[in-house]
Write a protein that binds this ligand. Structure first.
Ligand SMILES: Nc1ncnc2c1ncn2[C@@H]1O[C@H](COP(=O)(O)OP(=O)(O)OP(=O)(O)O)[C@@H](O)[C@H]1O
Length: 300
């Protein structure tokens, strides 16, 4: 494979007793925005750090453009680590120019890119401020600028949206879409599943270091047979082959096994009282995530 796909292949990592990644395999294709989601401690950061070569795997490989990622290749990646590594006493502009230079840019290019990205991310007025004096959201914007200003050919971003206000979320979303449209593979982790649902071409759900679902958002949302039923009366919807995803008052979201006839569910509901709502339900990514995670137990 010589295209710019990022590929995890059987990646496994232990921290002592903790199996943080367990035979993790998936790929992020050129031009694709891939959302990496999972509970706290599921293994997202570990996977991303291995992709960057910051951490080594115990088994398996991560390849980009068909090869294990070398230090030289890593310079062409835009990486946003979970633990943000900015120098608090340096000004925003000095910081960004310095980081751009580390990525091999000339002084003039580094300066121009700093101006461009600080303008784009709404930091024009903050260029001369010390990073440590900025609000957390603005520090986050600087971190994003740092990941983007050298024109990376692969983006690996650990929770890039956390702490951003809605305007910054929109800017960030459009930047990711633009980079993907230019053919860059984009991998990012997030707990903001509505955002992931809106933005991503494909999503990988990781639980205890294993990939438990990986597909387009549409395909994932179609895998469950769910119904929303509202019955104005006391009703226990836990019929054979029916799992109650959640109930709120008289309104229930139900997941049906393959052999359950939805008309039987309707008859049972009508026997309990007037049915004011009965419709197939396409779960949101958030609902799907809850199902996938709680089905198989909580993570550490
Ligand atoms: N340096 C370390 N030493 C020991 N255990 C670690 C270390 N780093 C991570 N772990 C463990 O590995 C597992 C995966 O952690 P990781 O940080 O990759 O998860 P995550 O999905 O990024 O979580 P979050 O959403 O909370 O950021 C967890 O059980 C965590 O406690």
């Amino acid at each position: 494979m010589t295209d710019s796909t990022l590929q995890f292949d059987g990646t496994t990592k232990r921290y002592g007793e903790v199996l943080a990644l367990d035979d993790l395999s998936f790929e992020v294709r050129p031009g694709e925005i891939f959302g990496f989601v999972g509970s706290n401690g599921a293994g997202k950061t570990t996977a991303m750090r291995i992709a960057l070569g910051v951490l080594s795997a115990d088994a398996g490989t991560v390849r980009w453009r068909g090869e294990p990622i070398t230090l030289e290749m890593a310079r062409r990646i835009g990486y946003m680590p979970e633990e943000r590594g900015l120098y608090p006493k340096m000004s925003v502009a000095d910081q960004l120019e310095y980081l751009a230079r580390l990525h091999g840019m000339s002084r003039a290019d580094a300066r121009a890119a700093t101006v461009e990205w600080t303008d784009r991310l709404g930091l024009t007025e903050r260029r001369r401020s010390e990073v440590g004096a900025l609000s957390l959201g603005n520090q986050q914007r600087v971190q994003l600028a740092a990941a983007l200003l050298h024109g990376p050919e692969l983006l690996v971003l650990d929770e890039p949206f956390s702490g951003l206000d809605p305007v910054a979320v929109d800017v960030m979303s459009s930047v990711l879409a633009e980079r993907a449209a230019a053919g860059v593979p984009v991998l990012f982790s997030s707990h903001q599943l509505d955002l992931v649902q809106r933005l991503c071409d494909r999503v990988g759900i990781i639980r205890s270091g294993r990939l438990v679902a990986c597909d387009t958002v549409d395909a994932l949302r179609s895998t469950e047979r769910q119904l929303t039923v509202d019955v104005r009366g006391p009703w226990d919807p836990a019929l054979p082959g029916v799992r109650v995803v959640h109930s709120e008052g008289t309104r229930h979201v139900l997941e049906l096994a393959d052999d359950v006839d939805d008309q039987d569910v309707l008859r049972a509901a009508l026997a309990a009282g007037p049915v004011t709502e009965f419709r197939p339900n396409r779960p949101t990514l958030t609902e799907l995530f809850r199902t996938v995670v709680t089905d198989e137990g909580a993570t550490s």
